[in-house]
Design a binder for this molecule. Structure first.
Ligand code: CU
Ligand code: ZN
Length: 174
């Protein structure tokens, strides 16, 4: 009986720990200009090491393009209604995977490189970002693809107009 009680308690804590990291989400990416062939998906997954971000795009212009999480989940007005880079801590612009949340905007995912076939992919895990809950959660915000490369200059990387994007939607928990 006592063994069963210990097992039940252990199972409860294991499940609780798992539930804390079980959020996942997706942003369906579309071109912002009417008739744009840009299409893709960004998957988000809360993991113990941070927020895992997996991007797959097609139909985009070849070359490097700035790719960020922006503050609001709205893509009207040429994508400008998405607001600025997600920046809850008031940091300068940077490259989140190497600069971290102390030295970059929480939305600074850098660039995605698109090949001659119009396709590109990217996989990052960002410590400190989450999908829901807390000041650095990205659910309900947007991801934005820019016309030009993010050169990491201030204040926002000189990446130019917004050519694609999508709203980050949380998947229902199982
Ligand atoms: Cu941006
Ligand atoms: Zn930024």
């Amino acid at each position: 009986m006592r063994v069963f009680a210990y097992f039940t308690i252990a199972a409860f804590f294991l499940l609780s720990a798992f539930a804390a990291f079980s959020d996942s989400g997706i942003a369906a990416i579309r071109g912002i200009a009417p008739g744009s062939p840009i299409l893709g998906a960004v998957l988000f997954e809360d993991t113990p090491g941070g927020l895992k971000v997996t991007v797959d795009l097609q139909g985009a212009p070849p070359g490097k393009h700035g790719f960020h999480i922006h503050e609001f989940g709205v893509l009207t007005n040429g994508g400008n209604d998405a607001g600025g880079h997600f920046n809850p801590a008031g940091k300068p612009h940077g490259y989140l995977p190497s600069d971290g949340l102390d030295k970059a905007h929480a939305g600074d995912l850098g660039n995605i490189e698109i090949g001659p076939d119009g396709k590109g992919s990217l996989a990052l895990t960002i410590p400190g970002l989450t999908l829901s809950g807390g000041p650095t959660s990205v659910g309900g915000r947007s991801v934005i693809l820019h016309a030009k490369e993010d050169d990491f200059g201030q204040p926002v990387g000189n990446a130019g107009p917004r050519i694609g994007g999508g709203v980050i939607v949380l998947k229902a928990r199982q």
